[in-house]
Design a protein around this ligand. Structure first.
Ligand code: PMT
Length: 404
């Protein structure tokens, strides 16, 4: 029984695939989960609460108040009780309400007060699924951290064909089991992981500097993901105002400039098993950092002479010992794949994470990102818009697969 002791809220909305929810419910119970069904008013048109109550051994929640007693059903309590909420089927309407917070039924209020991770299995016809508004809502939900279970792709010819169909109950069960297994996975136990994050500041004088928009969010998401998977994590972090990893197990070394970051990384790198270069390091620094404040003597152009900074990832790559894994990032606005592949070679990396420089929902300072992983032996894997923590999770999965 792989779900022994787990509390799951199964949300059912009104689509033809609702008849499959009974099979999913049986499978979850068979694996030892305790399941509370929350159904929308439309859902009840497709499957009866009596069937679901009999299978789950619990009264089904649908209305805000119990009809006979007027007792208030607390969605907040459900959110505290559950370890996971799975909404299957999730119709276009339910996805839209989730994305916009239209809390007019118990399923949506439960979702809005959920403290636990939420999974949705979309179910609708292809036209509705392909409509830009549905796709927008799915992107919003992914950005909010919802795990979107995509339609089966095995038998699909290409593109969107077959999309919108709900995953089979057996496949949803496997996703649920995988979710709990990965949450308790300690596959980096005993390994030292060094991560660079944030921008660097290159001093012009005592009051001015050259920097960039990196917030450190990606590096911190990686630090938290690896720490949660048992690694001993050191984060070498440039100046990021007021932000620090939430996980107290992460050791943080604060630096300002590229030269300071290089020094700190060198110290940590020797006994590192995995090193990830997520920082946006300034490629150049002013040749001289002037003491005090440069005065504006007279009107007219001013010339700043810049010198090249060391390439930290390349230097570490050149000194990589057997068994060490180095992962870089490539922030690109065009020719991403070619440029990332070049950086993979030039910096002797094992894996590079390509992300776009020209979108507001990805790259610098965003909470989400759109990544492509490029590895050795022509390995290439593209991912949809995900939270940076979800990106960190797939990056960690890819690192775990690299032979050491
Ligand atoms: O911090 P966030 O706001 O969350 O944003 C995340 C991010 C956009 C900074 C991150 O996802 C990212 O893409 N980081 C790398 C940005 C970058 O500088 O890319 P690059 O293509 O210029 O550099 C390639 C690789 O070499 C990177 O791994 C970089 O860390 C490393 N490098 C670059 C120059 C240098 N002097 N030293 C380096 O180590």
């Amino acid at each position: 029984m792989r779900l022994e002791g787990k509390h799951i809220v199964l949300g059912i909305s009104g689509g033809i695939a609702a008849y499959k929810s009974a099979a999913l419910l049986r499978l979850l119970i068979k694996e030892g989960a305790e399941v509370q069904v929350v159904i929308t008013p439309n859902g009840k048109e497709f499957i009866t609460p009596a069937t679901l109550a009999a299978l789950s051994g619990k009264p089904v929640v649908s209305e805000f108040f119990a009809a006979n007693t007027g007792e208030w059903h607390s969605h907040v309590d459900l959110g505290l009780w559950a370890d996971l909420m799975v909404i299957a089927p999730a119709t276009a309407c339910t996805l839209a309400k989730m994305a916009t917070g239209v809390a007019d039924n118990m399923l949506i209020t439960t979702y809005l007060s959920a403290k636990e991770p939420v999974m949705v299995a979309p179910a609708m016809d292809l036209d509705m699924f392909a409509h830009p508004s549905t796709q927008r809502n799915l992107d919003t939900l992914r950005g909010d951290g919802v795990i979107v279970l995509d339609s089966p792709s095995g038998e699909l010819a290409s593109g969107l064909e077959g999309k919108g169909r709900m995953l089979e109950p057996e496949q949803i069960l496997e996703k649920v089991v995988e979710h709990f297994e990965s949450a308790s996975r300690k596959d980096f136990a005993g390994e030292k992981v060094v991560i660079t994050a944030g921008p660097t500041r290159e001093k012009i004088d005592d009051v001015r500097f050259i920097a960039n928009h990196s917030s450190g969010k990606m590096g911190m998401a990686l630090a938290e993901e690896f720490a949660s998977r048992g690694a001993d994590v050191t984060l070498v972090c440039g100046p990021v105002e007021g932000r620090k990893p939430v996980d107290a197990r992460v050791k943080t070394v604060k630096v300002e400039s590229a030269l300071e970051m290089l020094d700190a990384v060198k110290k940590e790198y020797r006994d590192a098993d995995v090193t990830i270069f997520a920082a946006a390091v300034a490629d150049y620094r002013p040749e001289v950092a002037v003491a005090g404040k440069i005065k504006r003597e007279e009107r007219g152009p001013m010339t700043l002479s810049l010198v090249e900074n060391p390439d930290i990832a390349a230097e570490m790559g050149a000194n990589k010992r057997e068994g060490q894994v180095n992962v870089g990032f490539a922030l690109e606005s065009d020719n991403g794949l070619q440029n990332a592949a070049k950086k993979l070679d030039a910096k002797n990396l094992d894996l590079i994470v390509l992300n776009p420089a020209n979108r507001s929902d990805a790259g610098f300072n965003a909470d989400t990102d759109i990544i492509t992983l490029i590895g050795r032996d022509n390995m290439k894997e593209e991912f949809p818009l995900m939270t940076k923590r979800q990106c960190a999770s797939v990056i960690a999965n890819a690192v775990a697969k690299i032979a050491r």
